[in-house]
Design a binder for this molecule. Structure first.
Ligand code: HEC
Ligand code: HEC
Ligand code: HEC
Ligand code: HEC
Ligand code: HEC
Ligand code: HEC
Length: 309
C-alpha cells in the first residue's frame, strides 16, 4: 500500500516535472522562435534581392547569371561543405568578398550595400538551406599570432574544415618520417588543374610555379633548433593529435604560432613564478612526455640524447 502511494506520488511528481519541462520548452520557444523566424524571413528577402541572381533562389549555385562564371557560385545548400564553416567565415566572405578568405573575387563584397545586422540575417537564412541540416557549426575562426605572409593565400578552413581533406593527404610524411612535409606543387595542381584557375588569382599563382618548375617558397611557422631531434612519426603513431601541438589548424585562415624560448618566460621562472612552458620549448616537450607516460603508460623519452644527438 505504502509502496503504491509512493509510486503514485512519484508519478504525480514526475507528471508535474514533465508539465513544467514542457511549459519551459514551450515558453522558451514562444520567446525564441518568432525572433529567429523573423531573422530568417528577413534574410530570405535580402537573399532574393542581393544573392539569388548568382546563387539561385534556393542557394544551389544556379542563379540566372551563374553560368557566366568559371568558378560556379557556391552551392550554399550543400551541408556537407557549408556546415563545417563557422559563421564568422560566412560573415567575412559576404562582408569583404571572396578574396578575404582566398576565394574568387567574383564573389563580391557587400560591406557598402548591407549592414552588419543584415549580413547576420543572411547567414541565419543561408544556414536553413543546408542539407544535411545545420546543427550549430564549429567555434569561430582561429587567428593565431605571428602568421607570416605566405606566397599564396592557402586557407586551411576551406581545405581541411569545409572540404575535410585529411591532414595527412597533404602532410603525407607525418606517419612515416621525422617530417610532416608540405605538398608539392604537383599535388596542388592535381586538384587545381581545373578548380579555380580561371578567376582566382591565388590559384593562378600555383600554375605559375608549376610552369617555372619552382617549388612554392612557403614560410615555415613551426621549427625547433637544429640541435634537437623531433620525429613526427613517433607522435602520430602514439595517437597524439596534430591539434595538440599545432592548435585548431582547420579553423585557421592563416597558420601562425608564437613558439620557442622567450626572455619574459625565463625571467618569470627566475623570480619563482611558474608560467606554462611556451610551445616548442624543451619544457613543453618534457612536460608532455611526463604527463603522457603517467596517464597512459607511453614511453616518451626524458633522457637528453633522445632529443639531442
Ligand atoms: C556576382 C555573383 C555573386 C553574387 C551576387 C553573390 N555571390 Fe556569393 N559567391 C559567388 C561565387 C562565384 C562564389 C564562389 C567563390 C569561390 O569558390 O572561389 C561565391 C561564394 C560565396 C560564399 C562562400 C561559400 C563557400 O563555398 O565557402 C558565400 C557564403 C556566399 N557566396 C554568399 C553570398 C551571399 C549571402 C550573397 C548575397 C549577399 C552572395 N553570395 C552574392 C558569386 C556571387
Ligand atoms: C584534394 C584536392 C585539393 C588539393 C590537393 C588542393 N586543393 Fe586547393 N582547393 C580545393 C578545393 C575543392 C577548393 C575550393 C574551391 C572553391 O570553392 O572555389 C580549393 C581552394 C583553394 C584556394 C582558394 C581558397 C584559399 O584557400 O585561399 C587556393 C588558393 C588553393 N586551393 C590553393 C591550393 C594549394 C596551394 C594547394 C597545394 C598546396 C592546394 N590548394 C591543394 C581542393 C584542393
Ligand atoms: C590541401 C592540402 C593541405 C591540407 C588538407 C592540410 N594542409 Fe596543412 N599546410 C598546407 C600548406 C600548403 C601549408 C603551407 C602554407 C601555410 O602555412 O598555410 C600548410 C601548413 C601547415 C602547418 C604549418 C607548417 C609550418 O610551416 O610550420 C601545419 C602545422 C599544418 N599545415 C597542419 C595541418 C593540419 C593539422 C591539417 C589537418 C587539420 C592540415 N594541415 C591540412 C597544406 C595542407
Ligand atoms: C607532439 C607535437 C606534434 C604533433 C602531434 C604534430 N606535430 Fe607537426 N610539428 C611539431 C614540431 C615540434 C614541428 C617542428 C619540427 C622541426 O622543426 O623539425 C612541427 C612541424 C610541422 C610542419 C612543418 C613542416 C615539417 O615537416 O616539419 C608541418 C606541416 C606539421 N608539423 C604538420 C603536422 C601534422 C599534419 C600533424 C598531424 C598528422 C602534426 N604536425 C603533428 C610538433 C608536432
Ligand atoms: C602533446 C604531447 C607531446 C609533446 C608536446 C611532445 N611529445 Fe614527444 N612524445 C610524446 C609521446 C606520446 C611519445 C611516444 C611514446 C611512445 O611511443 O610510447 C613521444 C615520443 C618522442 C620521442 C621518441 C621517438 C621514438 O622513436 O621513440 C622523441 C625523440 C620525442 N618524443 C621528442 C619530442 C620533442 C623534441 C618534443 C618537443 C619539440 C616533443 N617530443 C613534444 C608526446 C609528446
Ligand atoms: C623531449 C625532448 C628533450 C629532452 C628529453 C631534452 N631536451 Fe634539451 N631541448 C629540447 C628542445 C626542443 C630544445 C630547444 C628549445 C629550447 O631551447 O627550449 C632544447 C634545448 C636545450 C638546450 C639549449 C637551451 C638554450 O637555452 O639554448 C640545452 C643546453 C639542452 N636542451 C640540454 C638538455 C639536457 C642536458 C637534457 C637532459 C637533461 C635535455 N636537453 C633533454 C628538447 C629536449
Amino acid at each position: 500500500m505504502r509502496g503504491r502511494t509512493w509510486a503514485a506520488g512519484g508519478t504525480a511528481l514526475g507528471l508535474a516535472a514533465l508539465i513544467l519541462a514542457a511549459w519551459h520548452v514551450a515558453s522558451s520557444r514562444a520567446v525564441a522562435a518568432p525572433t529567429d523566424e523573423r531573422e530568417v524571413q528577413a534574410g530570405r528577402a535580402l537573399f532574393a534581392t542581393h544573392c539569388a541572381t548568382c546563387h539561385g533562389e534556393g542557394g544551389r549555385g544556379d542563379g540566372a547569371s551563374a553560368s557566366g562564371f568559371a568558378t560556379r557560385p557556391s552551392d550554399l545548400a550543400d551541408g556537407r561543405l557549408m556546415n563545417g564553416l563557422p559563421d564568422e567565415f560566412l560573415v567575412s566572405v559576404i562582408t569583404h568578398g571572396g578574396p578575404a578568405q582566398g576565394l574568387a573575387p567574383t564573389m563580391p563584397p557587400f560591406d557598402r550595400t548591407l549592414s552588419a545586422d543584415q549580413i547576420r540575417r543572411l547567414v541565419a537564412f543561408v544556414r536553413t538551406l543546408a542539407k544535411p541540416d545545420y546543427r550549430g557549426g564549429p567555434a569561430g575562426l582561429a587567428r593565431p599570432p605571428r602568421a607570416p605572409k605566405q606566397p599564396i593565400f592557402f586557407n586551411h578552413v576551406i581545405h581541411a574544415g569545409s572540404f575535410q581533406i585529411p591532414c595527412q593527404y597533404c602532410h603525407a610524411d607525418a606517419r612515416r618520417s621525422e617530417y610532416a612535409g608540405l605538398p608539392s606543387v604537383e599535388r596542388c595542381v592535381g586538384c587545381h588543374k581545373i578548380i579555380g584557375v580561371a578567376d582566382n588569382p591565388e590559384i593562378g599563382k600555383i600554375h605559375e610555379y608549376a610552369r617555372r618548375g619552382a617549388p612554392i617558397p612557403w614560410v615555415r611557422v613551426f621549427k625547433v633548433p637544429e640541435f634537437t631531434y623531433f620525429p613526427h612519426k613517433a607522435h602520430v603513431r602514439a595517437d597524439v593529435a596534430c591539434q595538440d601541438c599545432h592548435g585548431p589548424i582547420e579553423r585557421m585562415p592563416v597558420v601562425g604560432a608564437d613558439t620557442g624560448p622567450a626572455l619574459t618566460n625565463d625571467l618569470a621562472h627566475l623570480v619563482g613564478l611558474h608560467p606554462p612552458s611556451r610551445p616548442l620549448t624543451m619544457g613543453w616537450c618534457v612536460e608532455c612526455h611526463r604527463r603522457e607516460n603517467a596517464a597512459r603508460a607511453t614511453r616518451a623519452p626524458l633522457d637528453c640524447v633522445a632529443c639531442h644527438h
